[in-house]
Design a protein around this ligand. Sequence first.
Ligand SMILES: Cc1ncc(COP(=O)(O)O)c(C=O)c1O
Length: 412
Amino acid sequence: MSEAKTNIILNEYYKDNKILFNKGEGDKIFFKNKAYIDLSNCAGSLILGHNSHVFKKSLKLYLNKKISIFAHPNIHAINFSKNIKKYFPNFSKIIFCNSGAEAVMKSLRLSKSLNRKNLIVNVTGSWHGSVDKLLFYPNKNLKPQTLSDGLSLDDKKKLIYIPYNDIEKSNKILNKFKNDINCIIIEPIQACLPLDNVKKYLHFLERFCKKNNSTLIFDEIITGIRIRPGSIQRKYNINADITTIGKILGGGLPIGVIGISEKINKIIKKKKIKIFFGGTFSGNSLSSFVGNETLKFLLKNKVLFSNLNKKSLYFQKNLNQFITKEGIEAKVYRFDSILRIVFSSKTIKNKTQREFLEKKKNFNIIRFRQYLLDHNIYYPSNGIIFLSNSTSYKNIDYVLNHIKIALNLFIS
Ligand SMILES: Cc1ncc(COP(=O)(O)O)c(C=O)c1O
């Protein structure tokens, strides 16, 4: 194929970048009045779908009550924190932030204030947002490589990677550096490959941190509210020292929260540690009010979580049956309501393996996405599928039919 032809096709395939969505309702998003079934739901933030009745009602209430915002502590953040504590009884203290990345950044600052140890341990495949200290990825030898210009070489030197879900290799690395490890930060269930066999690995990290006086930071920005009975920690009976949550918690508005355990709070008090956490919009009453109304609704309607899990299971089972029958090189992975299609049928242990196996198919994966877009389905570029409570089974069937056609056309 000539270069010119290739360029034209690539432009076509990337044309979704030119799509600028202007509104959303239920399970659909719109561009120039054309509706697309949304498989992202704002990267997993909208568990109730677009412009849900809870979102609209809470905005109306906010306006009717003339609440406004204040660069000073407000009653709405206090009310919100009380409900967050109902969800997370292990949080001794709560810090409000405006995004997941901010919560992660401030968690690292907090952890650094606890002891003089220098190293941050990150786990391959974990994503923590736009945080300078963590904007790296591991190469084949697990050495950090920059993901962006403008990062500090010093941060790079202080970052160690351990392989996700590999106790033996992680143990070796952790033991080598054990005296210098300030913290281990992990996205416990990784949206880039939502595996359901990592409980042992997470307990192993918990034991290591306890034994070696390192901080365990669970980045539950996605899983924090999504997973029943309330985060991965509760599901697996693990006590993280610091937890970050976000996305669903804001009810559709920007949010990030740091939850500090009793153990860490005691150290802060004992050592009289002073950490700067403030910001103009930290704990602002708009995100707090809407987030709190959403959380109250979710607490009252826990069945929503099992309904969403059932829907996601339907999606996974239906597609995997088809994939097996047709012998297609793909497999759908799922943890509760976090879904991902991996374009390989091999058993995969972590993101590095996934990327290696998918590498040859990247061009066809773009064509796969483009086909879906041409058929009014928004398939997120990061490949993480989040259905919402407003995604109808009828639309799931429509999506599944087109995914099957696209798999046959581009992936098999
Ligand atoms: C696990 C995890 N941590 C942190 C972040 C960053 O959150 P935000 O995009 O709100 O800054 C994300 C965002 O996708 C995430 O998935």
